[in-house]
Design a protein around this ligand. Sequence first.
Ligand code: ATP
Length: 582
Amino acid sequence: MKKLLVFLRDYKKESVLAPLFKLLEASFELFVPLVMAKIIDVGIGTGDNSYVLKMCGVLILLAFIGLTCAITAQYFAAKAAVGFATKLRHALFEHIQKLSFDELDRVGTSTLITRMTSDINQVQSGVNMVLRLFLRSPFIVFGAMVMAFTIDVKAALIFVVTIPALSVVVFGIMYVSIPLFKKVQSGLDEVLSLTRENLEGSRGIRAFRKEQEETAQFEQKNGLLTGMQLHVGKISALMNPLTYIIINFAIVALIWQGGLRVNVGAITQGEVVALVNYMSQILVELVKLANLIVTVNKSVACGNRIAQVLEMESSMEDGTLEIGENFSEQEMQGKKSVVSFEDVAMCYQGSKEDAITHISFTAGAGETIGIIGGTGSGKSTVVNLIPRFYDASAGQVCFLGQDVRKYRRKELRDQIGIVPQKAVLFAGTVRENMQWGKKDATDEEIWEALKTAQAEEFIRAKEGGLDANIEQGGRNLSGGQRQRLTIARALVKKPRVLILDDSASALDYATDAALRKAIRQMEGAPTVFIVSQRTSSLMSADRILVLDDGEATGYGTHEELLKNCQTYREIYNSQYGKKEEA
Ligand SMILES: Nc1ncnc2c1ncn2[C@@H]1O[C@H](COP(=O)(O)OP(=O)(O)OP(=O)(O)O)[C@@H](O)[C@H]1O
């Protein structure tokens, strides 16, 4: 949590001024009971109306100055807290971008979103509250007691007994409820992630008619959360009655003692009223202090969760090799081996078994390599090693003859166009989405990429063309249209290696074939990896890698594999055997 305080560094002035103005406000507040005492003793006691009016003016002035100080303090506290949260959010976002997929898998997207949003908000309110109250509340409690002693030592002794009793109740309740608040927080986390999962997968849930089961699961988690909240609510609800019982006893004692002291002429009636007011001020501030401690505790818990992510080091070290410096364009064009795998194995963090083992193959410039295999056989794992989404746990993955780990990651990824399984588009125009592939892509380059990706026709038909609007996640497009746009986005930068990870699955056969043909005809045709479950998409590939449970069971052309690879023959027959029978 301490680590996060560096983000307050740019708000030193605000962090000092906010509590200072709060102290000023508190000082003026402490004078109010004394002025009231004067109104009672001098103004009302002697029937001096002009004195009462004058003192009322003083009260209004004190209130006005107090209000000005409070607003100023709030301004500085808010400025520091919001600035702090903004900087923290930026830093966290930047840090997350640097983490490798291994770390992202380990933490999980859902909790990262919670940390980026509600956790940071909680820390922001914690900072705001601390800046305003951490000096003010103890100051008022202490100051009110000192004022009481200046009025009358004997009567003030009641404060000495009452304040510890009040503190025991307030802090005792807090002590019991803080761990419960933490449980409520994690219960809330569970409900939030369940809600997110349900909303994101609502189509799937309806398609499989799982609404009732999902509703039951939601109700169970929500019920647990409600139960915990009620329990902690009941404990917190004890705060007011218990503190008021103590305060009321203290006030009775004060009035009784005050009466005795008035009778002997030690204090005035107005001063008794001032003592009662000081007692009330102390109660209010102790309750505020308890709330502050609860908020600070929650904020520290949230801050620690954020710090955990910030402390997470990327397990993937960046290389230093610059691609442009090492290979001329001519050299690159003539490369026999653009991508090669040498006895590669890969094991996901936390997993006991390798996802792929002993994978070796070579892909030359302009070649198309198909990758086929059953679900979970390791196809995506193989292609994810090329742009270093993950690192191999054994063996070597090479790009242009050098281990991919030697290159600067940015340089390496600039050379590779990736179209992931799930087509993800962002809210904005078609042009903006295409420029994710290449920042300064011209309209001509974009249209060319759209044409190759078989997306030109439907974008031209759209009102606005490249300025047509795409909604978040591309939800105003069909699955096939989304896939074609993500392919075009990868093509805009004219990559040296193009990876299509089952990304043409929503295209009909004719469009799929036209797409493959257009990619082959591209100027400086890239080395293409096509991951697919359809043999028809891979038949024309230069070579096909066949995977079975993480192992390569074949590597060759379609014809060779039909002859020599049983796994491939089985896949082929399962797709074409039925067709022939039909
Ligand atoms: N992030 C991950 N963490 C742990 N294990 C993973 C992860 N991603 C994949 N795996 C496991 O690695 C194995 C290979 O997965 P991979 O996604 O490469 O298969 P695939 O052939 O691409 O499957 P599909 O055709 O269903 O997409 C599977 O057993 C899978 O459960």
